[in-house]
Ligand binder design. Structure first.
Ligand SMILES: Cc1cc2nc3c(=O)[nH]c(=O)nc-3n(C[C@H](O)[C@H](O)[C@H](O)COP(=O)(O)OP(=O)(O)OC[C@H]3O[C@@H](n4cnc5c(N)ncnc54)[C@H](O)[C@@H]3O)c2cc1C
Length: 539
């Protein structure tokens, strides 16, 4: 019997770390899952056979979403059921389907399960972690620290000082005053009191300074473009360092589901993509310097130098700028004071799960807003997408629009905007305006997520690196256009992706006319290394 065989194989490999439970039918499995949910016992993975007695695997998994929204779903199928399984990826958020038989399990089963369990552990850090954070739910410092930990894949447990008795106990044990919050308790070392991200990174043993005096290539920015450049640079023998001010993954790291990246039919989370890319870059020997903001650039003869905020610098023979873009601020009265206290630019797993059973508002009409709406709809009671235009068709991919239309607790409010926010210490309500009639409406909500386009922040490059009026970097043949040609200093034409400073390249969203997609950023990052080689051959 399939259930006995899979339970046996799972037990032999994962039995020491997980409790493996077996049910002989769909209804029996649903009863067990509800019981676990009532006891608040987390379920990491549900494996269902499509052909089960009384109900199909897909029917069972669909119903299981209610009691176990965070679990990973694996469907065992026969070849003939493949089409049904592919449809289930969209319909019920199936994570993977596996063709039977899976023998030998070392090849056919365990690699898939390892991946799914690792994803689950990343998404449920509080279940598996040694780092503890104690603070106020609505404090922007708590938000900053939780975001830093989450995006750097450091599991942590969160204790809300107003809600958890354990939080008060830890605060008293640490003799902490209100100004010391948030506290970060690490397994080894002193308790950190409202630490800067640099101090936190140091305490966690993350690297914050460079090892060598000079590198072949320094990459600024650890998004998809920077990580791809690191993988290709290091794998092709260049001494490579990447500097990231927050967490590797960049904007993509905030995406709940990247569905258009080649090779991942179910899609993958940005954080999963980042985690894999970091492991790959490290395996090839790329060095990663974290929690350092690059604020200056200097040319010292053939050496290209980047300067860190505070102190510190890195020298390299070539530089790749892969700093991407960051969100524009929403200009609405009273909102700024609630940034990190109910108003968020982007969304991480920790905020998503805290919106449980609440009304959530999202501003934006592009794919990032659409993905966020779908992600948050798994937790929130209702998600309202506030859109200035009369339709989403021009700005959001068709597959996302269809998904949003098919999700009952997502509502789209067209021709509308958020014009004000209010609250006491944290966001409590919003004023929405109809753009046609001007009529306003007050709504109650503690959650506003904003996705309204982005700008590059390239001022730190100084005047030698030519940029357009918005700050996007001009590269390659574009530098030979009449408006920019005066910036290019050499008789040879610039290499593709080279900026007006020879030996400095730009890749990904920060580049003028880039495609603003994960795949194109990865492609440009990889390609930039080819041109770095060509440049280094000229000096
Ligand atoms: C929520 C969301 C969902 C998305 N979904 C998709 C999708 O499904 N499919 C898709 O193809 N695209 C998607 N995108 C777009 C995609 O993520 C971007 O096109 C891609 O991440 C660009 O990569 P990048 O490396 O050029 O820049 P970024 O991803 O922006 O990375 C830049 C990195 O540089 C760092 N940095 C910036 N300045 C400095 C500095 N001065 N010093 C040190 N570090 C610095 C930043 O912290 C950041 O980590 C999404 C974007 C968002 C925001």
């Amino acid at each position: 019997m399939v259930s006995a065989a899979i339970a046996r194989d799972l037990r032999s490999r994962y039995g020491a770390d997980y409790r493996i439970m077996r049910a002989a039918s769909g209804p029996e499995a649903l009863t067990v899952l509800s019981r676990l949910a009532l006891r608040d016992q987390p379920v990491a993975l549900i494996v269902a056979d499509q052909r089960m007695p009384q109900m199909t695997g897909i029917e069972m998994l669909k119903q299981a979403r209610t009691s176990t929204p965070g679990a990973k779903y694996l469907l065992l199928t026969a070849y003939a059921d493949t089409d049904v399984a592919i449809t289930a990826i969209n319909e019920i958020g199936l994570d993977y389907y596996l063709l039977k038989p899976w023998d030998p399990p070392e090849e056919g089963l365990y690699p898939v399960i390892d991946d799914l369990l690792e994803d689950w552990r990343q998404e449920n850090p509080d279940r598996t972690s040694d780092v503890r954070v104690v603070g106020h739910r609505w404090s922007d410092r708590s938000y900053e620290i939780k975001t830093f930990l989450a995006r750097n894949h450091v599991p942590y447990r969160w204790y809300d000082i107003e809600r958890d008795a354990e939080a008060g106990r830890l605060r008293d044990l640490a003799n902490a005053t209100p100004a010391d919050l948030p506290l970060v308790l690490v397994p080894e070392g002193d308790t950190l009191r409202s630490p800067s991200v640099l101090n936190l990174a140091d305490a966690l043993g993350l690297r914050t300074t460079a090892r060598r005096p000079l590198y072949d290539v320094c990459i600024v920015g650890g998004g998809p473009a920077g990580l791809a450049a690191a993988v290709y640079g290091a794998s092709e023998g260049l001494s490579t360092v990447i500097v990231e001010r927050q967490a590797p993954g960049g904007q993509a790291g905030e995406s709940a589901a990247i569905e258009n990246y080649l090779g991942f039919p179910k899609g993958l989370t940005g954080s999963d993509l980042a985690r894999r890319a970091i492991a790959q870059a490290s395996r090839f020997g790329a060095e990663m310097v974290l929690a350092r903001d690059v604020v200056g650039f200097e040319q010292r003869g053939p050496v290209r130098t980047v300067l860190f905020d505070g102190s510190g610098e890195i020298e390299a023979r070539a530089l790749i700028v892969a700093t991407g873009v960051s969100y524009r601020r929403l200009d609405a009265s009273g909102l700024d004071e609630f940034t990190g206290r109910g108003v968020y630019y982007g969304v991480t797993a920790s905020e998503a799960s805290q919106c449980q059973s609440e009304d959530v508002y999202i501003v934006g009409a592009a794919n990032s807003a659409g993905q966020a709406a779908l992600n948050l709809s798994r937790f929130a009671k209702r998600v309202v997408l506030v859109v200035r235009a009369a339709s989403l068709a021009g700005t959001m991919s068709k597959y996302l629009v269809e998904r949003i239309e098919g999700t009952p607790n997502v509502e789209v409010r067209y021709r509308s905007e958020v014009v004000a926010g209010r609250g006491d210490g944290h966001l409590e309500g919003l004023t929405l305006a109809d753009r046609g009639s001007g009529i306003t409406e007050e709504v109650s909500s503690s959650w506003l997520f904003i996705f309204i386009g982005a700008t590059p922040h390239t001022e730190w490059l100084g005047s030698d690196v030519a940029r357009d009026d918005k700050g996007f970097i001009i590269t390659g043949q574009d530098l030979l256009a009449p408006a920019y040609v005066r910036h290019w200093p050499l008789p040879r034409p610039p290499f593709t992706l080279e900026t007006s400073v020879p030996g400095v390249f730009a890749a990904g969203d920060v580049r003028l006319d880039s495609m603003k997609r994960v795949a194109s950023a990865v492609g440009e990052g990889a390609m930039s290394i080819y041109h770095v080689h060509r440049y280094l051959a000229t000096v």
